[in-house]
Design a protein around this ligand. Sequence first.
Ligand code: FAD
Length: 323
Amino acid sequence: MEKIEKVDKMNKVDKVDKVDEVSKIDKIEKIDNIFVEGRAVFSLEVFPPKKDGPIEKIYAALKELRELNPDFISVTYGAGGNPADSTTVDIASFVQAELGVPAVAHLTCVNSTRADVGQYLVRLRERGVLNILALRGDVSPEGERKWDFPYAVDLIRFIREQDGDFHLSAACYPEGHVEAPSPAEDLRRLLAKTEAGAGHLISQLFFDNAIFFDFVRRARAIGVTARIEAGIMPVLNVRQIQRMVSLCGASIPSALAKIMSRWEHDPQALRRAGVAYAAAQIADLLANGAEGIHLYTMNDAAVAREIAALLPARAAKDGGSAR
Ligand code: FAD
């Protein structure tokens, strides 16, 4: 039987049996295979419940999200992530096993050692989750900073060395990452992530499509060939968006700023306007050739449904219509 390398608690690399996984892997959709010419990918993102929160709520939301026929669903990894917490793996496994939808498990590395990540990979493999969004994560007071992986590129290289069966995705930033000295330098670092093995990119949220298209053009110009999905977050709560924008540096175009100030104190009206803005943004992205749309659902299936209802029907992967 073939052997794979496994990093144990003492950070020793061990050879373990690769339990007849090869046959299984063929059946698991890898994100690269989801992209076909002339058809935009549509994916959804959910987050695990807050600590000690009920897990059933997210499972109920996921069942509703399944109705939108996403190409895959990604599951975030908690800020200050604790590698011993298996909630992300549990939810990703549910998405695949119970809903029959390919899952992408996010994984951050700022708070992890090589041994932590090695064990996490074993757990993912055991549950048949072979798509990982490999991230550095934000340095936060919630978790102790570890230095085995200073950047996402180090995590990508490590996973590649450990187990070539995993498909790796990475994050990208149309307006540059907030810590980067310049958008150009951030792009060079993005290129390094793809050269290290990230075959697919999901963008940070943005509200101005011109910025995204310019970013894709610049990324292609320096040699980034990985598929790039556009990350879209509907504006439903002004405070929440302001907090996010202050963290990630996304700019707010004046049309959206006006919507936010006009209906800041009218949640129903803001929700309708936010859904309409997100749908219009997506329609424009699709009309102009975006390869994929990644909707940050905030676990709100009703909002995702409302946005999808305003969009033209998608072509199915094998021809026909997906809904
Ligand atoms: P990196 O690619 O490592 O980049 C981080 C910074 O370091 C950038 O400024 C970059 O320019 C710089 N850099 C990179 N390489 C080098 C180098 N060699 N030398 C010097 N500087 C370098 N966070 C979570 O906690 N959980 C999640 O589930 C999660 N999901 C996300 C999903 C998406 C689609 C996105 C866009 C973000 C997500 N985040 C998540 C947030 C993410 O962890 C933060 O944005 C984090 O600050 C950067 O992560 P990264 O993987 O992009 O880091």
